[in-house]
Design a protein around this ligand. Structure first.
Ligand code: ZN
Length: 416
């Protein structure tokens, strides 16, 4: 077999990324949701590439695609590498996909060089990460880790189809709850390659960096209650305007986060009631999303925002309630695996920045099963969840070299 050069492997990887972008539930856009017809076709297509890279291919009970390269000796541990194959609506080509197709390309390079790894490798294409269909993320990796529970299976999509029904219909067999895909101790770790979805690498002129931690995240619903009134006849000084209170709170949250990086705080939605142009709002509901790589700092910020909501309400004659609806702790990446990955990054591009990930990733769930490390790859303008999402061919090549190098370093480590 002719030796697969890096340039050829990169060109093939780019072609496959283009090809997969055309596998879609919506013509003219890239959209693949949990167990949709396009997801079934994506698994078939990527499964074929896994097979041609020498892997045996299976699909688990939640539609996760698993390509396995066995270890030369029994009892050797397994390295997991993967990401998700589902997408948001009208998505880009790289989010998730890069983390599944790039490791396949890396294994093809090793194969063409005649390099065998002393450990097993599983390349994972998770069936659901984006939370589009069921408004709940990580269904694929949760199933893989044995964490898909009764409440997950009962979630319903906008058509009233439950997760359990979607699995039965999509895969032709009911979901059987099982434990994690691997017993504890059998795994070397999990590597996820993902586009940065932010501007830091681009601003530093670097193709790749490692992830130090995935930020913890709190979502809350803040409600301000005032009094409705006539927009023409109620004097300004006599108003108890819930919407103005909500707007003030949004500015307070923004100001707090601006002076406390890497804290980020977002008010993404304000709903006002009764919601008429000529009526002072009696009630305003505010969504709040707060993230920080350090859980203590996130909790402290949340305490200050809770107090700020009370203070804003008090100054305007309003009542405020503050309800936490979702709370995920930060996930620290494995120091040992990340250190090894950083060496690979430095060997390819000289320096290696460590970034905190503000977005959640499959690694959050897989961290319950194995130590995790993440490689971020520069994307143009930090743009993601958009059809213009773009990774330069040079950066694909750099990331490929980094992963090939990392697989070699893991070979040395796995023997210990
Ligand atoms: Zn993603």
């Amino acid at each position: 077999m002719p030796r697969l050069t890096l340039a050829k492997a990169t060109a093939r990887l780019a072609r496959r990324i283009e090809g997969l972008a055309r596998v879609s539930d919506e013509p003219g856009a890239t959209t693949r949701t949990f167990l949709s017809p396009a997801m079934r076709r994506a698994n078939a297509l990527v499964g074929g590439w896994m097979r041609s890279a020498g892997m045996s291919v299976t699909e688990d009970g939640a539609g996760n695609l698993i390509g396995r390269l066995g270890a030369p000796r029994r009892g050797a541990r397994t390295l997991l590498i993967g990401s998700h194959l589902d997408t948001v609506r009208d998505a880009g080509r790289f989010d998730g996909v890069l983390g599944v197709l790039l490791p396949i390309a890396a294994l093809e390079i090793l194969k063409s060089r005649g390099v065998g790894l002393p450990y097993g490798v599983e390349v994972l294409g998770f069936s659901e990460e984006e939370g589009v269909r069921f408004s709940s993320a990580y269904l694929g990796s949760k199933a893989y880790a044995g964490l898909l529970g009764r409440s997950d299976l009962a979630l319903r999509d906008p058509d009233g189809v439950s997760v359990a029904e979607a699995i039965s219909r999509g895969l032709g067999r009911p979901f059987r709850r099982a434990g994690p895909a691997h017993p504890a101790g059998n795994l070397l770790g999990y590597l996820e390659v993902h586009i940065e979805q932010g501007p830091v690498l681009e601003s530093r002129g670097l193709a790749a960096g490692v992830v130090s931690a995935i930020a913890g995240q709190t979502r809350a619903r803040v409600v301000f209650r005032g009094r409705a009134g006539h927009a023409g006849t109620t004097p300004m000084r006599m108003r108890r305007d819930a919407l103005a209170g909500a707007a003030q709170f949004a500015l307070v949250a923004e100001a707090l986060a601006r002076k406390s990086p890497p804290l980020v705080a977002t008010v993404g939605r304000i709903s006002a009631f009764p919601g008429a142009a000529n009526v002072i709002a009696a009630r305003a509901e505010v969504s709040l999303d707060v993230r920080h790589p350090d859980d203590g700092a996130r909790r402290a910020a949340l305490g200050r925002l809770r107090a700020a909501a009370r203070a804003v309400a008090a100054s305007r004659g309003l009542a405020a309630s503050f309800e936490v609806t979702q709370d995920n702790a930060a996930v620290a990446c494995s120091g040992e695996l990340t250190g090894l990955l950083a060496r690979s990054v430095r060997s390819v591009q000289g320096s290696c920045p460590a970034l905190a990930s503000g977005a959640g990733h499959d690694a959050v769930v897989v961290s319950r099963l194995a130590p995790v490390a993440m490689l971020f790859v520069r994307c143009r303008g930090g743009l993601s969840h958009h059809p213009d999402e773009f990774v330069h061919r040079r950066d694909l090549a750099a990331a490929l070299r980094i992963v090939v190098d990392f697989l070699g370093r893991m070979a040395v480590r796995s023997e210990r």
